[in-house]
Design a protein around this ligand. Sequence first.
Ligand code: GH3
Ligand code: MG
Ligand code: MG
Length: 242
Amino acid sequence: MNGHDLCIAITADNPAPPPVIFLSGRTLPKDRVIGLEAGAVDYMTKPFDAKELIARVGVALRTGRRIATLTHDASVDRMTGLLNRAQLDDRLADSVGRAIHVGTNLGCILLDLDHFKSVNDEHGHLTGDDVLREVASRLRRNLRTSDPVFRYGGEEFCVVVEGGDRSGTLFIAEKLLAAIAAEPICGLDVTASAGVALWLQTFTEPSELLEAADAALYEAKRAGRARVTVSELIAAPTAAPA
Ligand code: GH3
Ligand code: MG
Ligand code: MG
């Protein structure tokens, strides 16, 4: 292929783009620069030594695995296995961008466990951790893969519902609270409250959606907990009577 051979290191457990090593008959520095600037992780010239090529493939794979591990650790909350807050910020901005571009709805659900401090105080932090893990698992099991769930903070979780209108997002929020309360967790009756906000095209920042969900969550707590409240400030307009 035009003086170049491509050596591609692929592993089944690495879904990231495979690292590319050029093996080329073009030996000039400018050719190496072109190859490396095109995204290759390494550039070898012919004639080549097979053992050196294999060693360089090994280095590329090792580096790729380390990057994959670091990327995973930077995105996933270690205790619950959910996406973390940094991912929420990134993905919410993407979701808002798509909602603006396509003109679709976007729902945001903020969930907070009720009286969770007393779980720690009365049963210990390890039990508290187990409760958080089981809640995370129930949230994941009750959501489509297209509706990502994030660990927002300590005992707070956030779900982004792309295309979610008022009734659809409310339905999901109610379903999640029901799933948490359905069966005792670690022998304890656990409930959560949720605040729902809906994206309106008048918002300027994704953070406004989170602020609105937070205000709704505060309302749900104030109204007695174990319930869903919608941020009335930004509730989607109801259809005008015919
Ligand atoms: P409310 O119903 O008003 O939300 O009351 P709450 O007790 O749930 O809220 P509060 O903010 O008073 O307490 C939250 C508790 O969550 C306190 C904190 O120790 C606990 N928490 C936060 N992160 C973790 C964690 O990773 N593990 C455990 N075990 N507890 C956590
Ligand atoms: Mg909280
Ligand atoms: Mg709480």
